[in-house]
Ligand binder design. Structure first.
Ligand SMILES: [Zn+2]
Length: 215
């Protein structure tokens, strides 16, 4: 965006605008994806798809917290406070995701011992495929805007989005396996999914702590 109508001399205002727009895009798309995946996940039922849905819901929450952080720092001209607010937001986001990851790891491991009956219609495969492709574009866009604005929250959201793509690809593969060969890899897809959530989250958690201690 070249022409910012409000205050072109203030780069901080432009920076906030870009972060806000990117975060809002992430909220809207993740709420839509979460509603679709949670409904399908409960219908089948599939722990891998349900886990993805909850993951996307946590992602939209992360973006809401990012916006809150921006709003909070707008009220203060103190740069140190802004950094602190953003580090604090990152910490809350990663703690929420940590909790989600542990819950789904537990759920998926239990599923190995107590398997559930599943019914996967072809439309599920189409929806999961579209969702995976969409996540690649969203991730690229968010990371690009995050680097441009030097926003750690935005970069964290973008990296999370990239992990979502990998998770979606694994879930998609598991659905295709089920439809073609009637083999359920749902519990294992769920474990991989939870593992990815936890692995990426610990990185964000450590970064937030570093940021908080530095500010
Ligand atoms: Zn996610």
């Amino acid at each position: 965006m070249k022409n910012q109508p409000n205050c072109p001399e203030n780069p901080e205002l432009t920076r906030r605008g870009i972060i806000m727009r990117t975060a809002v895009l992430s909220i809207i798309s993740n709420v839509v994806l979460a509603s679709v995946k949670i409904s399908i996940g409960m219908l089948i039922p599939s722990v891998a798809i349900l886990s993805e849905g909850i993951n996307n819901l946590a992602d939209s929450l992360s973006s809401v917290i990012t916006i809150l952080g921006i709003k909070l720092s707008e009220r203060s001209s103190n740069h140190k406070f802004t950094l602190y607010a953003e580090g604090f937001c990152g910490l809350i986001i990663s703690l929420i995701i940590l909790y989600t990851g542990i819950q789904f790891l537990r759920k998926s491991v239990l599923l190995i011992f107590y398997p559930q009956e599943m019914r996967i219609a072809p439309y599920v495969i189409i929806i999961m495929g579209v969702s995976a492709v969409f996540k690649i574009f969203l991730s690229r866009h968010t990371i690009k805007q995050g680097k441009r604005t030097k926003s750690t929250s935005l970069i964290a959201i973008g990296i999370e989005c990239r992990n979502d793509f990998i998770i979606s690809a694994i879930t998609l593969l598991s659905c295709i396996l089920f439809v073609l060969f009637n083999v359920s890899a749902d519990a294992y897809a769920g474990i991989i999914s939870a593992g990815f959530i936890l692995k990426s989250d610990i990185g964000v958690l450590l970064d937030s702590i570093k940021e908080l201690r530095g500010s």
